[in-house]
Design a binder for this molecule. Structure first.
Ligand SMILES: NC(=O)c1ccc[n+]([C@@H]2O[C@H](COP(=O)([O-])OP(=O)(O)OC[C@H]3O[C@@H](n4cnc5c(N)ncnc54)[C@H](OP(=O)(O)O)[C@@H]3O)[C@@H](O)[C@H]2O)c1
Length: 329
């Protein structure tokens, strides 16, 4: 199949997302070896997209945004098992954010790790999964979470934290979560004990533990300077029992752990994780709230909502569902 024309959202220089991102029409090539090309139905946006715009991972430019993709397969690259995927299959997967001139925020995207969207799972819901499931599941795997472990998830009103709570509970951990009001009832419904973040958090968490230390802490809150010492105190003063996904420099200075510093071969493969949590989501055993979905043309509003730091759920773009489904009000 020849290249296909697509609108893409991408940046040519690093800077603030709303200043450097733009929509362009480009040609998307045939999928490389081991990849498929999809007509994008839905793309989940993540804070990581904005960090990339700001230069978090230097590399070739221009570069696209949008890691999480649900779409309909239209071309299959060499080396892909033809028995595992066919043209017109609806899949969810991940686009390459690091070396490609476009990614998932587009009409057409190349997808590297994918699985079928299972029956019963809406493609919009599917497009919320990969980034947060990957981040939460691998962090808990690296930390060595075991049944019975007492885990504090700080920032569980964010979607990585909301995911980590569900994964940890499924694995038999005792979970305490800090979150704002929006998702307290959800998190308690999953089985976590929940309190607010902010002033007085240490005392409130200790009230929930009966004064005991927690075994492990996963900090999934957006960058919040000054919080890690409190989290380390709650883990008995041992910084190695605390892992952050967002306060990288402060954690390194304090001797706490940073998830991306410890990624290694041998972790559960991404495709297996996506597939597992898509199946659970299809059966109502795992879920993520959608804050709002946007048409492709409304992409700036989507970026603004995510950048607010208070989206209260996943932010999703619908490049291919416009006309078939209205973006949510
Ligand atoms: N290193 C990695 O591999 C990796 C991967 C993914 C994400 N991240 C980073 O992890 C962070 C969270 O990502 P996400 O996708 O979960 O974000 P998100 O869903 O956009 O999180 C936003 C939510 O966080 C809560 N929040 C806001 N301020 C907070 C504070 N000071 N303390 C605790 N919670 C607060 C709010 O909910 P409530 O007020 O309702 O609680 C808000 O709706 C981001 O900084 C992101 O860049 C890192």
């Amino acid at each position: 199949m020849p290249t296909v024309s697509s609108r893409v959202i991408r940046f040519h220089e690093v800077g603030e997302p709303l200043e450097v991102l733009r929509v362009e029409r480009i040609e998307i090539p045939d999928p490389p070896v081991g990849s498929v090309r999809v007509r994008v139905l839905a793309t989940g946006l993540n804070p990581a997209d904005w960090e990339l715009c700001r230069g978090f991972a230097p590399g070739a430019l221009p570069r696209g945004i949008g890691y999480d993709v649900a779409g309909s397969v239209e071309a299959i690259g060499d080396g892909v098992d033809r028995g595992s995927v066919r043209v017109d299959d609806v899949v969810l997967g991940t686009a390459d954010l690091f070396g490609q001139p476009s990614a998932g925020a587009a009409d057409v995207a190349v997808v590297n790790n994918w699985c079928p969207v299972p029956a019963g799972l809406d493609p919009v819901q599917a497009a919320t999964l990969p980034m947060v499931v990957q981040t939460a599941a691998w962090a808990l795997e690296i930390m060595g979470l075991e049944p019975g472990t007492t885990l504090l998830v700080h920032g569980a009103g964010g979607m990585v934290g909301y995911t980590a709570v569900q994964i940890a509970l499924r694995r038999g951990a005792q979970v305490i979560a800090t979150a704002g009001a929006t998702f307290t009832a959800d998190l308690e419904g999953f089985g976590a004990r929940v309190t607010r973040y902010g002033e007085g958090m240490v005392e409130r968490v200790r009230a929930l533990t009966g004064g005991q230390d927690v075994d492990l802490v996963l900090d999934t809150a957006r960058p919040s300077p000054g919080t890690l010492p409190d989290l380390i105190a709650l883990a008995g003063g041992d910084p190695r029992r605390v892992m952050t996904i967002s306060n990288h420099e402060e954690a390194r200075a304090l001797g706490a752990r940073v998830n991306i510093d410890e990624l290694r071969p041998g972790l559960t493969p991404l495709t297996a994780l996506i597939s597992q949590y898509a199946a659970l989501a299809a059966h109502g055993e795992f879920r993520l709230p959608i804050a709002k979905s946007f048409s492709f043309e409304q992409w700036r509003d989507a970026v603004r909502l995510s950048l607010s730091g208070e989206p209260h759920g996943k932010v999703v773009l619908l490049p291919g569902l416009l006309g078939r489904r209205e973006a949510s009000a």
